[in-house]
Design a protein around this ligand. Structure first.
Ligand code: SF4
Length: 453
């Protein structure tokens, strides 16, 4: 049978894994980043952003496909609240959580009826069959498209998976809710066979996907740095160390040997999710670390000759101006080589989504009108903080950037865009929160989280 996997915009690793499973189940598979290919009998849409639920192009595609008799199944992190996916996109079924045990059954049965890990609409009633996580992470090689070498996601062609789950409980993150908090690691031989397959298909730069790379093979309360180092060394042997990166790491999951290995076997960058300079906000985020721990981690990386990037979140519900000023001070006191700033986005099923729904809009920086120095720009407080921190971050990088002209305009446009898109997420969460707890956390759910630091 012919089957298509569509991953809008980019070839996600999760979409490639699903493609590989379908191929090994006997399907003739193609993988696409857009909706231009001829309709097949079955299509699996791998959706990784809440914005996909609001995208008229995706909705129109599903409607057109179903009208012509194509079976449409939607999976990925958006499946955290299946009612939302069914209500907004109206596919034949939603694949809930980890899709591996589900997709081949959908292909062969042609119906989600009684297949665990599916949700569908049966005459106006939403049926949810609870997911069953895969017993093992052993699987066939992913379906790797011929033009994988042309893809560029933050400098890498692809982000591969080494393990699932995270010990952390960050309120804004879907990883522990989607994959759980127990670490399940893949076998090193399987990962290296996959790296070779990507290289043979033309990938030139491979990164380990988001989460915390150094938790690889974590077991019984113990990190296993030796396995992580062996993995990096094996990847470097295949790709060359300048073509491997393992950037995302928690500030409390580093050691001298891990940092040495990152310098020796990778491009030498570390990416920390620092999020805030305010310990009050870090506690509210459930980060489990303080700002001084983040400062120590940056200093440790410097001692090991590593470059350090950090991400920051502004406009968290109830973030006060004093909290925000502490984030600015942190950035000035501990200069980074690169910074990523975002406005707090309440992903469905996370504790942040619950908090966002509980916080009255007039008290939420995302909706409050900014009345400070950027008042003529007509921004909300969260947008103004995004804009201000982008300017501030550029000035306090290890190599300061001069912000003028188009860079200034792009910071401003990005802040406005994020504000607009996240307000739309609030609307959709509100729409479904009364129906089935879209705003509430559903810990224990076990997708592809593309770039989660
Ligand atoms: S943000 Fe990172 S450390 Fe926190 S829960 Fe997600 S993957 Fe874990």
């Amino acid at each position: 049978m012919r089957a298509q996997v569509i991953s809008p915009g980019i070839y996600t690793y999760g979409a490639m894994v699903i493609g590989g499973l379908l191929r090994s189940a006997g399907a003739s598979v193609t993988l696409h980043r857009d909706f231009s290919a001829e309709l097949p009998p079955v299509v699996f849409l791998s959706l990784y952003s809440t914005q996909h639920l609001l995208d008229p192009a995706i909705r129109d595609y599903i409607s057109r496909a179903r009208e012509s008799g194509t079976k449409c199944y939607v999976g990925g992190p958006v499946s955290a609240v299946p009612e939302m996916v069914l209500g907004e996109l109206d596919p034949d079924a939603v694949v809930i959580g980890e899709g591996e045990p589900v997709v081949a059954s959908l292909l062969t049965k042609g119906s989600p009826d009684r297949i665990p890990g599916t949700a569908y609409d049966r005459g106006g009633e939403v049926v949810i069959n609870p997911p069953v996580p895969p017993l093992t992470l052993e699987r066939p090689l992913p379906f790797i498209p011929d033009d994988i070498g042309s893809q560029d996601i933050r400098g890498a062609n692809v982000y591969i998976e080494t393990h699932r789950g995270c010990l952390g409980a960050c309120s804004f993150c879907q990883v522990p809710r989607f994959f759980g908090r127990i670490i399940r690691s893949r076998e090193i031989e399987d990962i290296l066979a996959e790296v070779r397959a990507f290289r043979e298909k033309g990938a030139r730069r491979i990164s380990i996907s988001g989460g915390t790379g150094s938790l690889y093979k974590y077991k019984n309360g113990e990190m296993d740095p030796e396995s992580f180092i062996t993995l990096l060394s094996g990847m470097a042997d295949i790709m060359g160390p300048r073509n491997v990166s393992a950037p995302d790491i928690r500030v409390d999951c580093i050691s001298d040997e891990i940092l040495d290995a990152i310098r020796k076997f990778t491009i030498g960058w570390v990416f920390f999710g620092i999020e805030s300079g305010s310990d009050r906000i870090l506690a509210r985020m459930g980060k489990g670390v303080t700002s001084s721990r983040a400062a120590d981690a940056i200093a440790a990386c410097r001692q090991h000759g590593l470059a350090v990037a950090g991400s920051f979140i502004v406009g968290y519900p109830n973030e006060e101006s004093d909290d925000y000023e502490q984030t600015k001070s942190f950035i000035a006191d501990y200069p980074l080589d690169d910074l990523f700033i975002s406005i707090a986005e309440p992903l469905p099923s996370t504790p942040l989504a619950s908090l966002a729904m509980r916080t009255p809009r007039p008290e939420n920086p995302l909706f409050m009108a900014h009345t400070g120095e950027y008042r003529p720009l007509n921004l909300t407080e969260a947008e103004a903080r995004f804009f201000d921190l982008s300017l501030h971050g550029a000035m306090f990088r290890t190599r300061p950037l001069l912000v003028a002209g188009s860079a200034y305009d792009s910071f401003l446009a990005e802040g406005r865009k994020q504000g607009r898109e996240i307000r739309a997420v609030y609307d959709i969460l509100e729409k479904y929160s009364g129906r089935h707890g879209a705003a509430s956390s559903r810990c224990g759910r076990v997708g592809n989280i593309q770039d989660c630091p």
